[in-house]
Design a protein around this ligand. Structure first.
Ligand code: SF4
Length: 432
């Protein structure tokens, strides 16, 4: 549905109060540029979304009378954090003052106001409801956590997943585990062989930005992993267990433990999907995991281009080509392959990135693109990876349409699919 006009810009008084300025239409950001947002790109801010005031920043709008672009001088700029399952088409457009603080690791999608509603330029890219806000009853989460902690009193991993992840960080995956459903997280690694600028579990001492959760500080045993994952695979609807979570380093550094856990798990159950979320750095280790039954891999990347990947991931001892090889390995074993694609308007939809993405899909036989919003301060990110001009851009919406037309076999989403989706009807009714 297309809006009849552009929404108005929002601003904050710096005290958490947000207002609309009806003298200015809101713009969007692509790379370093503020641009008008087409009327058919807007959706209402979805349930679970939130609005942020951006200190030291002034929003850029289009004067409703003159059509000129100018700053909103009434207050700080405002952006939206759009909930999982949705992909943003444009970032919030603003001008930063010299002393503006670096923004924390969240996504900053454009947001506007029209007819008493908040709007964002975005699309629901994933029909699966597994992380939809209305699906979480906190009392049931507390009950489920208490049950698991009582049932696995000596299991450090269950203790971490319940007390830290579910009850402190409110991690959607850990809360689904406490509710005995869908995808269960299995963090295993306290170290990493990459140094991502926007790592959410570890930030260098100078702490320009704060990690959103602490990294696992122990090494789980095979027994601890198997003890709760087998019952989950046996009893949960659409069951998945996923190694590689936001609260750990790189799981492939623990591949022997994962290998032995998969062997043990498959002795007890053939149900569900065993997935790994990874930076894809060790194709040799990936091969060993495929040999024992790994079903699915999701490789995270900010780009399909080596020259954009390397300055962001800053790998210790691997190269971009290794992550491509890891996707190829799983494809050779007939497994499910996804990329966890950090979407950054102006970078992801540049013509150069589009060509690289086409090449990556063809080369690896990729099965799915998870279009994830990049949780990072846009100015800081582009500055750190040395991007002054993003080149010609297609628009995220058009990029998705082009990829969908050329590669109809490639699935779009936001979450790792269950075995029922992988083996069965991929797009089924999710109101389960
Ligand atoms: S690969 Fe993951 S854990 Fe490692 S630095 Fe990057 S974000 Fe952090």
């Amino acid at each position: 549905m297309s809006l009849s006009q552009s929404p108005y810009i929002l601003y904050s008084d710096g005290k958490g109060n947000i207002f609309e300025d009806t003298s200015l239409y809101v713009t969007g950001r692509s790379g370093w540029d503020a641009v008008p947002v087409p009327n058919d790109h807007w959706i209402e801010l979805p349930d679970g979304g939130s609005l942020y005031e951006l200190p030291g920043r002034k929003g850029i709008g289009i004067d409703v009378t003159t059509g000129e672009m100018r700053l909103c001088e009434k207050g700080w700029a405002v952006a939206a954090f759009i909930p999982p399952a949705h992909t943003g088409f444009y970032l919030a457009a603003y001008e930063s003052s010299k002393d503006a603080p670096t923004l924390p690791l969240f996504c900053y999608t454009a947001a506007g106001w029209l007819n008493n509603k908040f709007y964002v330029p975005a699309v629901r890219i994933e029909p699966d409801i597994r992380q939809d806000c209305p699906g979480y009853d906190q009392d049931k989460v507390n009950e489920g956590a208490a049950y698991l902690l009582k049932h696995y009193p000596h299991n450090r991993l269950v203790n971490h997943l319940m007390n830290n992840c579910a009850l402190t960080y409110h991690c959607p995956a850990a809360r689904n585990f406490s509710l005995g459903r869908w995808e269960c997280p299995v963090p295993v690694s306290s170290g990493c062989n990459a140094n991502c600028l926007g790592c959410i579990s570890f930030q260098p001492d100078e702490k320009i930005i704060v990690p959103t959760q602490d990294r696992l500080d122990f090494i789980p045993t095979v027994e601890e992993i198997v003890e709760f994952t087998v019952p989950h695979l046996e009893s949960a609807p659409y069951p998945i267990i996923s190694f590689g979570q936001g609260c750990e380093g790189e799981p492939l550094l623990m591949w022997e433990t994962i290998r032995d856990a998969i062997i043990e798990i498959r002795k007890h159950t053939s149900k569900g999907s065993i997935n790994i979320n990874t930076n894809g750095s060790r194709p040799d280790a990936v091969e060993e995991l495929c040999k024992v039954g790994l079903d699915s891999i999701r490789v995270s990347t900010n780009s399909a281009r080596r020259e954009i990947y390397m300055p962001y991931y800053r790998p210790n001892n691997y190269d971009f080509d290794d992550i491509v090889e890891s996707l190829k390995v799983v494809n050779r074993f007939g497994g499910w392959t996804s990329i966890n694609y950090f979407v950054f308007p102006g970078m992801t939809d540049s013509v150069a990135e589009y060509e690289a993405l086409r090449k990556l899909i063809k080369e690896t036989g990729l099965k799915m693109i998870q279009w994830r919003n990049f949780n990072i301060d846009p100015d800081w990110y582009l500055g750190k990876i040395g991007i002054t001009d993003t080149g010609e851009c297609l628009g995220i919406k058009q990029l998705q349409e082009l990829i969908r037309d050329e590669f109809p076999q490639v699935k779009f989403g936001y979450f790792n699919p269950s075995m029922e989706r992988i083996k069965g009807k991929f797009d089924y009714d999710f109101a389960h």
